[in-house]
Design a protein around this ligand. Structure first.
Ligand code: URA
Length: 433
């Protein structure tokens, strides 16, 4: 078999066999084909797409290119969630303790921030002492005892995806549905859970800017999950506006804790209840309505907050910080952004707000950048809000004063205003099973 013939076949829009896809992934992982040949095939896939079968085979080959986590020693239904990435997305910190408090077994590997989007691992590391690296035995035993552990990606999970993703990033071949679907699902399948709930974000802060594209990606991922024998559900949610009011690591942990205490804002709480309820339908087999009230109940009776504290303590963190969030260090500098006339916020480019937070020190420009955990933004007004002259729209936080000006400029670029009232945006567009 020759990679040249496989590239030519896909260039003519033909369907690749399982053997050809297997050959490609195995040779790419072993460094037996050149990067320019890999990228030529990736570009041909971008132009000509892949069938459901090709995408499922590509995903399984990538998943099997490294470690496949074995969760069989966990007693109970293992369930995972994944978000395609957004701004202010702290849902893992809220949803996973809710589900674990109600009997689900959540063995979750999360990522670090990428570009304008934040990462759960960075957020958790803003809690004093919290360890995001555990041995495999400690990880499994914690999930067995308390039902929940969230750690960084460990071992050699889907190394073929790492290789392909780095090349895609450099060659404008990221936004292809079969390539994104196989990239995400290869890691989810390798992570081993029986049930998977995908939060597919749509809008200005997401990879997929339209609902139609997001639905197509969601369907592709649900099909892959099904063909691999996993129970898979995708929820399409709004990322045209940042989720919740906090953007930035410790600011988001504090908002997550407030949400678990029942003081969360409407949009964040609604998305978390939807995701948790979908996970619970898989875990319990109960109908969605029942699972919605179970999820709300775990917030109301404090069991979900207790579960978060248990996880923090089990992973070396200080649970007092969860009880008393004023213990999180505050940023030295803050800056209020005020509106200079009356009006309504017409739109908020979530990606630009994510970049403004990154510029304050909450995200990385390069892998080696050190994060400022208390940097970020608290939004006081969002799309559709009526604001008055001199009213504060947002407060910026940082420990480096020199970063404020660029962040302020980026934040202001993100907003448009209208003198007319603005229609409320939909929050949850669709659920695909
Ligand atoms: N996230 C991934 O893990 N892979 C993609 O291709 C896009 C988003």
């Amino acid at each position: 078999m020759r990679i040249y013939d496989i590239i030519l076949k896909k260039r003519y829009g033909e369907e690749l066999t399982d053997e050809e896809i297997d050959f490609f992934i195995s040779a790419a992982s072993k460094g037996e084909i050149e990067d320019y040949q890999i990228t030529a095939l990736l570009m041909a896939i971008c132009f000509n797409g892949m069938t459901e079968r090709e995408t499922a085979t590509l995903t399984m080959c990538m998943a099997r290119s490294g470690d496949m986590v074995d969760l069989s020693s966990i007693d109970g239904y293992t369930v995972d969630k994944h978000s395609t990435g957004g701004v202010g997305d702290k849902t893992t910190l809220i949803v996973t303790p809710i589900v674990a408090a109600l009997g689900g077994k959540v063995a979750k590997m999360s990522g670090r921030g990428l570009g304008h989007t934040g990462g759960t691992v960075d957020k958790l590391e803003s809690i004093e002492g919290f360890k995001t690296t555990l041995s495999s035995d400690a990880f499994l035993s914690q999930v067995n005892s308390i039902g929940l552990s969230v750690i960084g990606q460990s071992g050699d999970l889907a190394p073929a995806d790492k290789k392909l993703y780095a090349l895609r990033n450099d060659t404008a071949t990221v936004d292809s549905i079969p390539l994104i679907a196989s990239s995400i699902m290869s890691k989810k399948l390798a992570a081993g859970s029986r049930g998977i709930v995908l939060d597919v974000k749509t809008g200005s802060g997401a990879f997929m800017k339209s609902v139609e594209e997001s639905e197509a990606l969601a369907r592709a991922m649900v099909e892959i999950g099904k063909s691999a024998g996993r129970d898979t559900v995708a929820v399409i949610t709004n990322m045209d506006i940042p989720l919740g009011n906090a953007v930035g690591n410790s600011l988001e942990v504090i908002e997550a804790v407030e949400t678990l205490k029942g003081n969360g804002c409407e949009d964040l709480t609604a998305v978390c209840i939807e995701l948790a309820a979908n996970m619970l339908t898989l875990v319990t087999g109960k109908d969605k309505e029942t699972c919605v009230s179970m999820a709300k109940g775990a917030i109301a009776d404090g069991t979900a907050l207790t579960k978060l504290k248990e996880m923090v303590a089990a992973q070396g963190g200080n649970p007092e910080w969860i009880e008393n969030t004023y213990l999180f260090p505050k940023a030295e500098y803050s800056f209020e952004i005020k509106e200079d006339s009356d009006g309504y916020i017409k739109s908020m480019d979530a990606e630009k707000i994510g970049v403004a937070s990154l510029l304050l020190g909450a995200g990385r420009n390069k892998k080696s950048d050190v994060l400022d955990f208390s940097a970020g933004i608290i939004l006081k007004a969002k799309t559709g809000y009526k604001v008055e002259k001199n009213e504060t729209i947002a407060t910026l936080y940082t420990n480096d004063k020199t970063k404020i000006s660029a962040a302020q400029q980026k934040f202001c670029e993100a907003l448009t205003f209208s003198s007319e009232p603005v229609e409320k945006q939909q929050l949850i567009y669709n659920v695909i099973r």
